[in-house]
Design a protein around this ligand. Structure first.
Ligand code: AMP
Length: 277
């Protein structure tokens, strides 16, 4: 496994690679959700590149950039075990040189949900992913359904800017009690970890009601909200039932919908979703 810390090193390794390149961008502190993407990339490509980069430009001023969990040694051991070929782990200075002033802004789909609660977040995400695509030049790039809006934003960017990547979205990997795996789960204490299952329980309820032919989106939102409110440690940021492509809130569920939510458990902000199809 090769480790590239500079853009020049990564580009040099890329030039030596032949065949298809599968790429998994991450912020590190890896878990089985990340590894599922790496395994899929491994199965579908000649070369697998994983990046570990906690991207400062996608964090708001009051968010957890400074405290984001990190264990590089453990990450590298996990990636080596998955037969990763190249790990790209640049510094923030390497990615954003002095005077950096070019940004990628995807409109509309970024204005809702995460975009409205985390202003500037998707500008940071789209910009760093565009940069990573230019540096790594992957054939296929792998993203998780857990960050459904992020996957939509990347797909839109690639289509609108005629980028050459095939974007693949893989299912959310969950703990045995349903909690979506996340690097941020490490922030939860024992009591909070128990309470955190409320996200999966609420989404499962909406899916169950939808399965019983409930097509009133507001009813699903209300049912999710009242279930979450029974959990004393949970604070709702948003609960949404939206068109799965445009993310516009639905009145009637007459097409594929995305039930999604953000709930704070103590100080930890957790995100999850389920597709109603
Ligand atoms: P992150 O390190 O949180 O930026 O995530 C890197 C990639 O892994 C993103 O495409 C995420 O959507 C994906 N990912 C994170 N958690 C999961 C999960 N539980 N299941 C599947 N993919 C995930």
């Amino acid at each position: 496994m090769e480790i590239a810390k500079t853009i020049a090193e990564m580009k040099a390794l890329r030039r030596q690679s032949s065949g298809s390149v599968g790429f998994v961008p991450t912020m590190g502190y890896l878990h089985h959700g990340h590894l599922a993407l790496v395994k899929q990339a491994r199965a579908e490509n000649s070369i697998v590149v994983v990046s570990i980069f906690v991207n400062p430009t996608q964090f708001g001023p009051s968010e957890d950039f400074r405290t984001y969990p990190c264990d590089t040694e453990r990450d590298l051991a996990m990636l080596e075990k998955e037969n990763t070929d190249i790990v790209f782990m640049p510094s923030a200075e390497e990615m954003y040189s002095q005077g950096f002033s070019s940004w990628v802004e995807v409109e509309k789909v970024t204005e809702r949900l995460e975009g409205s609660y985390r202003p500037g977040h998707f500008k940071g995400v789209a910009t760093v992913v565009a940069k990573l695509f230019n540096i790594v030049e992957p054939t296929r790039a792998y993203f998780g359904q857990k960050d459904a809006q992020q996957a939509l934003v990347i797909q839109k960017m690639v289509a609108d800017l005629n980028m050459n990547q095939e974007v693949i979205v893989a299912p959310t990997v969950r703990e045995s009690d349903g909690l979506a795996m996340s690097s941020r789960n490490i922030y939860l204490n024992t009591e909070e970890r128990q309470a955190a299952t409320v996200l999966f329980r609420a989404l499962s309820l909406s899916k169950q009601l939808w399965g019983k032919s409930e097509r009133n989106a507001e009813r699903l939102r209300q049912e999710m909200v009242s279930l979450i409110k029974k959990e004393p440690l949970a604070k709702i940021e948003y609960v949404s039932v939206a068109d799965a492509q445009t993310l516009e809130e639905l009145t009637e569920i007459d097409r594929t919908a995305l039930a999604s939510l953000v709930v704070r458990i103590g100080k930890t902000r957790l995100i999850d979703n389920m597709v109603l199809r």
